[in-house]
Each structure stands twice: as structure tokens, then as C-alpha cells.
Design a protein around this ligand. Sequence first.
Ligand SMILES: Cc1cc2nc3c(=O)[nH]c(=O)nc-3n(C[C@H](O)[C@H](O)[C@H](O)COP(=O)(O)O)c2cc1C
Length: 358
Amino acid sequence: MKDVKITKKRKDDHINYSLKENVQSYRTAGFEDVEFIHHSLPEVNFREIETGIEILGKKLDYPLIISAITGGTERAKKINENIARVCNEFNIGMGVGSQRAMIEDSSLEYTYEVREYAGDILLLANLGLPQFILGYTEKEAEKAVKTIDADALAVHLNALQEIVQPEGDTEFKGGLKALKKLKKSVDFPIIAKETGAGISRETAEKLSFLDGIDIGGLGGTSFSAVEYYRIKDSQKEIARLFWDWGIPTVQSIIETRSYTDLLIATGGIRSGIDIAKSIAIGADCCGIALPVLKVAEDYEKLEKQIRNILLSLKKTMFLLGCENIEDLKRTTVIIKGKMREILEIRGYSDIINEFSKR
Ligand SMILES: Cc1cc2nc3c(=O)[nH]c(=O)nc-3n(C[C@H](O)[C@H](O)[C@H](O)COP(=O)(O)O)c2cc1C
């Protein structure tokens, strides 16, 4: 029971610090180096633009998932309920936060059970890789998925968060083996999800047997920053040191795109323009967490925020002359500046040239 208390306290701390303090990385996701070419003759009618996609067996009206944030406390329950309602209203996807708390204490299951507000939307369960390394099996995975009637399980890879936490789980040996075993023993889709430090091509290649990858790139919420505020002892300075650690979202999308059939781009997505850029360079869908959390306790504000993000995606598509998401995947993109430099060093000159010659 002591562990449950610590897990719950940690969840509340994460929410409190994310709401009150600056928990964003100072390095950007890289979208400032991704440019579109404006079309003065778009040859499309705004009202006819189709933004729908189909992933993990569900149709979404827009390529967006509200990413895993929380669960396990009374406050988290209300946040999850509001997020589920708004996702249902716009028919977009939702991920619940780590379900470790309800695995440890089943009386907390209700804080994650959002299906009654979520209608039939895409719903993702969530558990951490460290737990599977330390002994969780398909039993816990099935419980996480079945309890909330989820469509898939996201297994979060949070090595950065664990290593900066003085009490973190730092046994990561056997991680890939644990994921392979899990994938073989369950019949629902499994995606691997980073939590803000990005996924490289080397890691993506190893994860290609899964049903999808959420690259969770650098440029939005920094878990090192969140932990920085929680740490009270001398290790605080170490968390500050790793504040901007990771692979920016734009770089991570390009590194991962050829290794998975479902690439979800999360980390610093802040507008419909960011969503459009992510899709144009290889993502299938995007995820947003922090800006949603900031307004999640006020339904009206939450609804307005999501409406504007989705509307700005559609307006971007209009200005690019894209009638649907497939058109967006083929639109011309210029990669410049620092991001171009990094990508060229990593060997992506051909892809950058292909983007600009579309
Ligand atoms: C308060 C908070 C709690 C989070 N908890 C989880 C979690 O339990 N599981 C997970 O996979 N990701 C978690 N995340 C990470 C997000 O799902 C997302 O990948 C990350 O915040 C980057 O997106 P953003 O820049 O839009 O916030 C959390 C994020 C925040 C802000």
C-alpha cells in the first residue's frame, strides 16, 4: 500500500508542477525549420476538406490523440472524464496515463474508466516498460486494456524520467525481450511510446515488430523538468542538466518513418500547423498533452482549445491546396537551418531533397 501512496503522490505532483511551473524544454521540436509553400490558387473548397484517418481499427475525424497524462487520483478522474468527453465530441483519440496505480490498487480503476464518456473513440491503455522488465506479464497488460475497454496498449519508454528521479526504476536490461514476449502473448495492438526524449532510427528499427511507435520527441514537456521541481536534494541539479536531453520531434519523425506503419508524433505539437508539418514529413497522427492538461479542468476552455487546433489544421490544409490527409503527405516541404544540418549529418539528404521536389 505504501507504494500506491507514493505512486498517487507522484501523479498529483506531476499535474501540479505541470500546471504551475515551466516544464517545457528550451530546445524546440524543430518546427521552425520546417516550411510549407503557400498556394495562392489552392483549388479546394474549405468545407470539402477531409481530415479523417483510420488507425488501430478506428476511424478518427482528425489525426489527433490527446496523449497519456493521468489517472489514479480523484483529480485525475475528472481530468480524464473531460478529456474523454471532448475527444468524443470531435471524434479524436485519447490515451489515459500510466495505469500502474490501478494495477497496484484496483480501487483506483474508476479513475481511468472513461469509456462511458468516450463513446466509441480510439482509446489507448498505458503501462511503463520498467514494470514489464520487473515482472508484469500479459496478465497486467490485459487488465489495463480490458478495464478501460481500450483498443490498444501504449507501453511508455521513459528512461530519461527514471534516471533523473532519485527513486526511479533503472533496471532497463531485458527491455526489448520483455516487449517481444508481451507482443507474442496478447491479441490487442501494442505501441511503444516515448515520453519526451524522442526515438532514434536505431531504436525504431528494434521496435518495428510492434503495431506502432509514438516518438514522444523533445520540444514539448520535459520530464527532466517535471522531476526537477519534485527533487528536493542535491540531485536537483542533475535533473536541470538533462532538461533538454533528447531527439527533437521533427528529427525523430524523419528517423522513424520507415520503420513503422503507424507513426504518432508527440512532443511540442502546439497547433494545427505543427500537426500538418508532422504529417507532411512522415507522421500518421499526432498527440498533444501539456496544453490540454492546462485547460482540462474547465470543459468550455478545453473544447475551445481543441476546436481551434483542429480548425487550424484544416485551414493549413486549405492554404496548401490539400483535400485530404493523403494530399498532405505529398505536399512540398522545405527543411532548413539547424534541423537540416542535423538531418544531413544523420544521412537524410535524399529525403530532404525529395520533400522539396514534391
Ligand atoms: C503531467 C503529465 C503526465 C504524463 N504522464 C504520462 C504517462 O503516464 N504515460 C505516458 O506514456 N506519457 C505521459 N506523459 C507524456 C505525454 O503523453 C506526452 O508524450 C509528452 O507530454 C509530450 O507531449 P506534450 O509536449 O504535448 O506535452 C505525461 C505528460 C504530462 C504533461
